[in-house]
Structures are given as C-alpha cells and as structure tokens.
Design a protein around this ligand. Structure first.
Ligand code: ZN
Length: 142
C-alpha cells in the first residue's frame, strides 16, 4: 500500500509542477465558473467548452495548495472529451470517493483515483473538490 501511496503522491506532484490545460482563454464559446476555498486560500476558475453534448476543452487557472492545483489539472484531463452526462457521473463519483462514501471503482476516472486517500484527511476534502465544483457549475451553464 505504501508503494501505491508513493505512486499517487508522484502523480499529484507531477500535475502540480506541470499543470495540464492551465490558463484561461478569451473565447465566448467557453463557459466559466469560479470557486474559492477560504480556509486554505484555494481560488480556481474553470472554463469548459461543449459542443454536441461533448466536452471539447477544459481550461483552469488560479492559485492554491498542491492538492487543489494538481486536482484542477487532473480534472481537466479526466473530463476532456467526455460527454457531459458522463462527466457528471464522474464528478459525482469523485465527490463520493473524496468524502469516503461508497463509489463505483469500475468507473474510469483516469488519474483522479490518486485522490482516494484524501478521504482520510477531512480538512483537505474542500481542497480536492474546488476545481471539480467549478467544472460542475461551468457545465451547468452550458
Ligand atoms: Zn487547499
């Protein structure tokens, strides 16, 4: 198990140091939502572009702790190319996993699985979900 935790930590640090899809675009085809986590100083904006019910692009920007910023990068890769309905299932499943509730381990969540350990640290739950909440709300605006 410690090897797995070590691997998960490496994935998180990689996304923190080399965030994917970072930087917002000035394009009216993107919907945008901003979420803050005052208890940690996390502040993330997510942009989503949807066409034909499919997520064409996900962008994010902001500041925060390593869990928050890395999870924004992981979220963008996980949801990219998914149908909006699939993305909503993944987001719900992710929340359940992070909160230590029952979740569907067979649902493909990409690298998002590396945050499963956050369930053991309730104070960090908000950090791991800020970017996902922003994505969820942004998709609702579509
Ligand atoms: Zn945080």
């Amino acid at each position: 198990m410690s090897d797995l935790n070590n691997l998960y930590r490496q994935v998180i640090m990689d996304h923190y140091k080399n965030p994917r899809n970072k930087g917002l675009v000035g394009d009216a085809n993107y919907k945008k939502f901003h979420v803050k986590n005052p208890s940690c100083g996390d502040d993330i904006t997510v942009q989503t572009k949807v066409a034909d019910g499919t997520i064409q692009d996900v962008k994010h920007d902001g500041t925060g702790c390593s869990i928050c910023c890395s999870s924004a990068s992981v979220m963008s890769e996980t949801l990219m190319g998914k149908k909006v309905t699939e993305a909503e299932d993944i987001i719900d499943n992710y929340y359940n996993m992070i909160k230590g509730k029952e979740y569907d381990e067979d649902l493909d969540m990409g690298d998002a699985i590396v945050y499963s350990g956050v369930a053991n640290f309730p104070a960090r739950v908000k950090c791991a979900t800020v970017a996902w909440q922003a994505a969820e709300e942004s998709l609702k605006n579509e």
